[in-house]
Design a protein around this ligand. Structure first.
Ligand SMILES: Nc1nc2c(ncn2[C@@H]2O[C@H](COP(=O)(O)OP(=O)(O)OP(=O)(O)O)[C@@H](O)[C@H]2O)c(=O)[nH]1
Ligand SMILES: [Mg+2]
Length: 227
C-alpha cells in the first residue's frame, strides 16, 4: 500500500472510531445492550437472529435489529416476521457496516433507544472487511458454521481476533460433515485465547437457551457496571 492510501485508510478508521465511541455512549446511557454479528456469508446470522428475536419477544424483552447487506431487503423481511422492529441497511457494494450507517439508520428509525433492551446488528457477510469497523457495540459475536471448515479462524484471524464471543452454528449438521470439534476449538483458541464458544442449531433449537441466558446475563452485568 502506498503511504497516501495508508493515510486515507487511517483517516477513515479514525472517523469511524470517533462516531462509534459516540454511539457507545448513547447505547450505555439508554441501557440497551448492542451486539454486532459477524461471519462469512451463509453462516446463519439471520437464522440465529430469527430464533433469538422470537424467543426474546416471547419473554417480553424489547428487541430491535439492523441488518446490513450489499443488496436486497431479504434478511430484514425474515427478521421482521418475529414482530420486532427491523431496518435493512443496503450498503450498495460496501463489504461491511460503518458507524455512520448505524447513526443514520437509527436516526431514520426513530426507535427510542431507552425503550429497547437489546439491539442486534447483523453485519454484511464477510470474514475480512467488518473487522476494523467498530459500531459502538458492547459485544462482537463471530459465527462459524460446522460446514465452512474448522480452519477459518486461523485463515481469517483478524475477525476472530476482535470477537468477544463465538457461536458455532448448524451444529445439527456436525456429523453429516465430519465436523472436527477439537480442531475448531483449538483454532479459535489459537487466535483468541479464552474466547467463549456457544454451539447452536437454528433448525433444532439446540443451544439456544444457553445462548439466550448468556445474552441476558451480559445485559445485567452491563447495567450493573453503568449504574
Ligand atoms: N441445518 C441448518 N441450516 C441452517 C442453520 N442456520 C442457518 N441455516 C441455513 O443456512 C443458510 C444460510 O443462513 P442465513 O441465516 O441466511 O445466513 P447468513 O449468515 O445470515 O447469510 P448472509 O446474510 O448472506 O451473510 C440458510 O439456508 C439457512 O436455512 C442451522 O442451524 N442448521
Ligand atoms: Mg443474513
Amino acid at each position: 500500500m502506498t503511504p497516501r492510501l495508508l493515510h486515507l485508510k487511517q483517516n477513515v478508521l479514525e472517523k469511524n472510531d470517533r462516531l462509534a465511541n459516540g454511539l457507545r455512549l448513547r447505547f450505555r446511557q439508554a441501557g440497551v445492550l448492542v451486539l454486532n454479528l459477524v461471519s462469512s456469508p451463509g453462516t446463519g446470522k439471520t437464522a440465529l437472529l430469527e430464533s433469538t428475536l422470537a424467543r426474546m419477544r416471547a419473554r417480553g424483552l424489547r428487541v430491535a435489529a439492523l441488518v446490513g447487506d450489499l443488496a436486497t431487503e431479504n434478511d430484514a423481511r425474515r427478521l421482521a416476521r418475529s414482530g420486532a422492529p427491523v431496518r435493512q441497511i443496503v450498503t450498495d457494494g460496501i463489504c461491511h457496516l460503518e458507524a455512520e450507517m448505524i447513526e443514520t439508520h437509527l436516526a431514520a428509525s426513530r426507535w427510542p433507544l431507552a425503550e429497547l433492551d437489546f439491539l442486534f446488528i447483523e453485519n454484511v457477510g464477510n470474514l475480512v472487511c467488518p473487522s476494523g469497523y467498530d459500531l459502538g457495540e458492547d459485544l462482537r459475536v463471530v459465527l462459524l458454521s460446522v460446514t465452512e471448515g474448522e480452519d477459518k479462524p486461523v485463515k481469517y484471524p483478524s475477525l476472530f481476533n476482535t470477537a468477544d464471543v463465538a457461536v458455532l452454528t448448524k451444529i445439527d449438521l456436525a456429523e453429516a460433515v465430519d465436523f472436527d470439534r477439537a480442531a475448531a476449538y483449538a483454532n479459535l483458541q489459537a487466535v483468541r485465547p479464552g474466547l467463549r464458544v456457544f454451539e447452536t442449531s437454528a433448525k433444532t433449537g439446540q443451544g439456544l437457551e444457553a445462548w439466550l441466558a448468556f445474552l441476558l446475563e451480559a445485559r445485567t452485568q452491563r447495567l450493573a457496571e453503568t449504574s
